[in-house]
Design a protein around this ligand. Structure first.
Ligand SMILES: [Zn+2]
Length: 339
């Protein structure tokens, strides 16, 4: 156990703390979320196999048509999205455009990885970088307050929610404009349940989410991000062309060590310039710290607890990831840039 560790009372099975909203413990100290999850975990192997078959079928239908790209991938250069990219190339030979949203905090090591992976996998790469004048107010605001609906706070910091909101919107917008039928994400099995692993995007739901995102923000910031959201006319214009979202890691084998080894064969290296939870973002440590301060639990604890419950990470590894102080230098770096 690292010495700079801060630990409240934790579930004896996963890593959720007593400060997590709605949590209860039984006599053995096991949390209510672990108890609720038991049946889902039992059924997981069968469901995962079904979803792999579903993806095989969906890809087959997709590849039958001539087009430039079968899929657009939201590509951060991190381990999970790099591995997803490799899986989609190796298993399906998909024609992929990888889109990196540069939020002005992409680490140099992540860029090295992005270049190596895209070249090794023969994938076209697109960088999308909005100006600092758009990014800074959005992150400065979400560093100070939590403007989005309360349930988002259980899964992610407000900084991450704002950033991911833009990423999701941009890849969808690009998919529609370029007639790309699949949108791929590298969510880990702790971030996305199996049943969300393959889903046709629902225009009505997207419209609601985008409007909620804008409404949560002050008028000037909402106006500055509007160009990155879907214009109203797209919902009719592209009505029947909304793509499928796929998160293959929700239903393929997931083993962090094996993933890193396999990525090593195509030149990806674990960066040393980021914190323990993100291999690509220099803003993450500060985002974590802001969230912990306001919410009293780590924004990654939900994901890591799921991974521990699913047996793909040991409880001790989980504890080390979650209950280690944020790297002070990295916190300061992001904080300074956002003030
Ligand atoms: Zn638990």
């Amino acid at each position: 156990m690292p010495e700079n560790t801060i630990q409240p009372k934790l579930c004896q099975k996963c890593v959720l703390p007593e400060t997590f909203p709605g949590i209860k413990f039984d006599a053995a100290g096991v949390c209510s979320y672990c108890q609720k999850d038991e049946k889902t975990i039992e059924k997981a192997p069968v469901r995962k196999a079904q979803y792999r078959q579903r993806l095989d079928q969906l890809v087959k239908e997709t590849q039958a048509e001539a087009r430039t790209y079968d899929a657009i991938m939201a590509y951060s250069g991190g381990k999970d999205s790099s591995y997803t990219l490799k899986l989609l190339r190796d298993r399906y030979d998909l024609r992929i455009a990888a889109l990196t949203f540069d939020n002005h905090f992409v680490s140099p090591a992540a860029y090295d990885n992005i270049k190596k992976v895209c070249d090794a996998l023969h994938v076209d790469h697109i960088i999308f970088k909005p100006p600092w004048s758009v990014i800074k107010p959005l992150f400065a605001l979400t560093a100070q307050t939590d403007p989005f609906a309360a349930p988002t706070l259980l899964r992610a910091s407000s900084i991450c929610t704002a950033c991911i909101g833009l990423v999701k919107s941009l890849v969808l917008k690009t998919a529609l404009e370029m007639s790309i039928p699949l949108v791929a994400f590298g969510w880990s099995p702790g971030q996305a349940p199996i049943q969300s692993g393959i889903m046709k995007t629902n225009p009505r739901l997207i419209r609601m989410n985008q409007s909620a995102l804008k409404k949560a923000l002050p008028v000037e910031i909402a106006a500055s991000i509007t160009p990155y959201l879907l214009p109203d006319q797209y919902y009719e214009k592209y009505d029947h062309k909304f793509p499928h979202n796929i998160h293959p890691l929700a239903f393929f084998d997931y083993d962090e060590t094996a993933i890193k080894e396999e990525l090593g064969t195509i030149g990806w290296q674990a960066p040393s310039d980021t914190d323990t939870n993100s291999s690509n973002c220099l803003l993450n440590a500060y985002a974590n710290q802001c969230h912990i301060k306001r919410c009293s639990f780590h924004p990654y604890v939900w994901e890591i607890a799921n991974l521990v419950r699913q047996g793909v990470m040991t409880r001790n590894e989980g504890i080390e990831k979650i209950y280690t102080e944020q790297n002070a230098e990295m916190v300061r770096y992001a904080q300074t840039r956002l003030t």
